[in-house]
Design a protein around this ligand. Structure first.
Ligand code: ADP
Ligand code: ADP
Length: 217
């Protein structure tokens, strides 16, 4: 579940953004739509507790983020949020398996190797566990990055432009993988995109349209 009311964020050296209210039920899907610069990444970072709102209320998976500080917030994020970044940010020096192990470290939990294997298996990349990210194709790397978002069964799964630079077939596959991953976890899925193909693939999803001219206060 995500509930945002009167949410606003002012960049110290940049624009003041205010966002429309939204409420997404647990297990629901939200399409965060808008052109480049509309505030999609900022909204994701607020929901992930990476940025602190200048004003407004934010409930994410039942948690009010306002009172969470520092390490407490980091552990909450590690346990509650799965994130598929646009640039996948896999650590090049670590094997695929070790990349997934890092999520336990971030959440302050002991690693569960069985869950790591299951997450890789669910994305069809268990046989790549000992490879380095540099040895993966683009599609394999995205599956690994999505697998990394899932071993802790996050309550919210965030994806930032998951179809950027993918052809139609790969884009459709990426959206399907995201939906399936969210369903397995019982997670609320948020997909931030300006890609019309994602809007078509997620027809029926709740839409939060962001418009730069409107949000820039
Ligand atoms: P989107 O993800 O939709 O492309 P962003 O959330 O990245 O949009 O950016 C929204 C607005 O905030 C843009 O005008 C952008 O230039 C500005 N912005 C983003 N990050 C920063 C920052 N660290 N400092 C100042 N301005 C920023
Ligand atoms: P880029 O947009 O340059 O590809 P990223 O994909 O790494 O950058 O990140 C996109 C946005 O997602 C960033 O603005 C960041 O605030 C946010 N973000 C980064 N890490 C996380 C995370 N663990 N959970 C949720 N959001 C994150």
């Amino acid at each position: 579940m995500i509930q945002a009311r009167s949410l606003a964020y002012r960049y110290p050296q940049g624009p003041a953004l205010s966002f429309p209210d939204v409420e997404v039920p647990q297990g629901g899907t939200l399409l965060l739509q808008g052109r480049s610069g509309a505030g999609k990444s900022t909204w994701l970072a607020l929901v992930a507790g990476l940025l602190t709102p200048t004003s407004g209320q934010l409930l994410v998976a039942g948690q009010d983020l306002a009172p969470l500080r520092g390490g407490e917030r980091d552990r909450w994020r590690g346990r509650s949020i799965g994130f598929l970044p646009q640039k996948l940010h896999l650590s090049d020096a670590l094997s695929v398996e070790r990349n997934l192990s890092l999520v336990y470290f971030a959440a302050g939990l002991a690693e569960d190797k069985v869950a790591v294997r299951a997450a890789l298996d669910a994305l069809g990349v268990a046989d790549l566990a000992h490879r380095l990210p540099g040895q993966l194709s683009g599609g394999q790397a995205q599956r690994v990055a999505l697998a990394r978002a899932t071993p802790l069964q996050p309550k919210v799964l965030l994806a930032d432009e998951p179809t950027a630079s993918l052809d139609d077939q790969a884009a459709a596959a990426a959206v399907t993988l995201l939906r399936e991953a969210a369903r397995r976890c019982g997670a609320t899925l948020v997909v931030a995109t300006h890609d019309a193909r994602v809007r078509d693939a997620l027809r029926g999803a709740q839409v939060l349209p962001l418009v730069a001219e409107q949000v820039a206060a």
